[in-house]
Design a protein around this ligand. Structure first.
Ligand code: HEM
Length: 519
């Protein structure tokens, strides 16, 4: 305002004290000129009592695509606007780090690819991305098929015994078995039996989830670590996982030394197509601690996410028999009784749409976390360095502004002959795998994995919620879990009889009827 200018000029004439006052005045005027981000008011307990991303949806409808949430001395920016999400994740991604996420996950992922920032991230991303080349993903389809087959056998036994099954834990085991083989050629075999290492992985995962949702960091109190039984168990589990990883790295190093395969960009060792094998064969110059951090990160990143996608897909399918019918029809036509191959992935279009739509309604993780490293402008609002930001993918994916009938499960919303939906063609209204330079490296892997598992399960069985099953409600850690599991009744599928189409009937000379072979 004009009076500020007059006062500023007057103050300059008063010498040093005047100059000091002038500085103060300018800062105050700048602050006033800044547009203020709306502050969400309301009870904090409403936010902490349930899966935290649910109340954020109501606040988004009230306060808009960016608002500030205040918890005592801390404040967070909640972003639910696609253009702002795009600015943070892609257009100005250099100005943001993983912030709180890196602090929380340090104990288990160290400086692995998910929490890492800056130069460490750049170098590791450049080393790891090539490992997930096309030939690798194609080889993985076989692994997805074999592991899904083991799950089918397990379900077959439950059907014979007339027992209901808890699908969430089975999906978790399925994807653990897959990711262990895929990343470091280790067979957890958790679908068949429990062992120490499987338990250790779950202890580490639960701890990471607890730390991401706990309001008070008890684990940072120095003596607590040594006396709390829970923390002692965590330390022991991490030791076991680390020594297992060290052994696997050593075994793989020996294999690489003995083989005489030439390394090139689509290098693959048929006996061990794992990411670890690729990295070692590529001559990746990396400390063993960093390699372990990266393996651990991929183990976690690729395990619970895929498991959660399958859990919520089967929950959605249990309420949509018309979708199941279309799905089974496609799988019968494309696969018949075969194991899926990479060529089938293009043909299982409707199955892919089912996964796309499940990821829209239940994104894993439901929020992305960032911290601003410098001042920036988000939408019309200037923000300062050091802001903690949650991008609510949940809100973006359910925004009434961008989706028709946002809450309904409708795989048909994306035409089968259209492109596969992703953050680019949906302009950041849909980002199941993030976007920009930090986008998921396993997006193709995960899509095929969940497509193969879904196809193989629905072709053999029908799934319904078990009578008396607990209500399916959400809770959150890194991904969205159910509160009490997904209890289902599984029945063997009886294929509908093939009804001959009268128009394709062929009458032979001797009067016998033959059915045309295309049935
Ligand atoms: C990053 C989702 C499976 C490895 C991400 C991000 C998302 C995501 C949203 C971005 C995180 C952020 O920007 O803060 C998913 C979902 C999956 C899945 C929904 C399953 C359906 C996998 C698999 C792997 C994997 C199977 C490994 C083979 C990674 C890694 C990153 C990442 C390493 C970090 C990339 C970086 O920061 O450069 N994932 N992911 N993910 N994902 Fe996945």
């Amino acid at each position: 305002p004009g009076w500020v200018l007059v006062l500023r000029n007057g103050l300059s004439k008063l010498g040093p004290p005047g100059l000091f006052l002038k500085g103060m005045l300018s800062r105050w005027a700048d602050e006033q000129a800044r547009l203020e981000i709306p502050k969400a008011k309301g009870s904090v307990s409403a936010v902490t009592n349930q899966a935290f991303f649910i109340p954020l949806y109501e606040l988004f409808l009230t306060y808009g695509g960016i608002f500030r949430l205040i918890f005592g001395p801390k404040s967070f920016l909640i972003v639910s606007d696609p253009a702002i999400a795009k600015r943070i994740l892609k257009d100005n991604s250099k100005a943001y780090s993983k912030g709180i996420l890196a602090e929380i996950l340090e104990f288990v992922m160290g400086t692995g690819l998910i929490p890492a920032d800056g130069e460490v991230w750049r170098v590791r991303r450049r080393a790891i991305v090539p490992a997930l080349h096309q030939k690798y993903v194609a080889a993985m389809i076989k692994l997805f098929g074999q592991a899904s087959y083991r799950l089918c056998e397990k379900l077959e036994a439950a059907v014979s015994d007339g027992e209901d099954v808890e699908m969430e834990s089975l999906f978790s085991r399925l994807t653990l078995d897959i990711i262990g083989k895929a990343v470091f050629n280790y067979d957890f075999d958790s679908l068949t039996h429990d062992n120490g290492i499987v338990e250790a992985v779950y202890v580490a995962l639960r701890e990471a989830e607890m730390r991401s949702t706990s309001p008070f960091p008890t684990w940072e109190i120095p003596i607590w670590k040594d006396i709390s039984p829970r923390q002692k168990k965590v330390t022991k589990s991490l030791k076991l996982i680390n020594s297992t990883l060290d052994d696997l790295i050593a075994i793989c190093k020996r294999m690489v030394e003995q083989e005489d395969l030439q390394f090139n960009e689509d290098y693959i060792n048929e006996q061990d197509p794992s990411i670890l094998h690729f990295l070692l064969a590529s001559g990746d110059d990396v400390s063993s601690k960093q390699l372990r951090d990266d393996l651990m990160t991929m183990l976690i990143a690729g395990h619970e996410t895929s498991a959660a996608v399958l859990t919520w897909t089967f929950y959605l399918l249990s309420k949509a028999p018309e979708v199941v019918a279309k799905l089974q029809d496609e799988v019968d036509t494309v696969l018949g009784d075969r194991f899926p191959t990479i060529e089938d992935m293009k043909k299982l279009k409707y199955t892919t749409r089912v996964i796309n739509e499940s990821l829209r309604l239940y994104p894993q993780p439901p929020v992305l976390i960032r911290r601003s490293l410098e001042d920036d402008v988000l939408g019309e609002y200037p923000i300062r360095r050091g802001e903690d930001i949650f991008i609510s993918v949940w809100n973006l994916h359910r925004s009434p502004k961008h989706w028709v009938d946002a809450e309904s499960f409708n795989p048909e919303r994306w035409p089968l002959d259209g492109p596969n939906p992703n953050e680019s063609n949906q302009n950041f209204s849909y980002l199941p795998f993030g976007g920009g330079p930090r986008k998921c490296v396993g997006d193709m892997f995960a899509t095929f994995e969940t497509v193969v598992a879904t196809a193989m399960l629905v072709r053999r069985f029908n799934f319904q919620m078990a009578p008396g099953a607990p209500p399916v409600e959400m809770t959150t850690g890194a991904t969205i879990h159910t509160t009490e599991g997904l209890k289902m009744t599984v029945t063997r599928r009886t294929r509908p009889p093939i009804i001959p189409n009268l128009e394709t009937k062929v009458i032979t000379v001797d009067g016998d009827q033959q059915l045309s072979s295309n049935l």
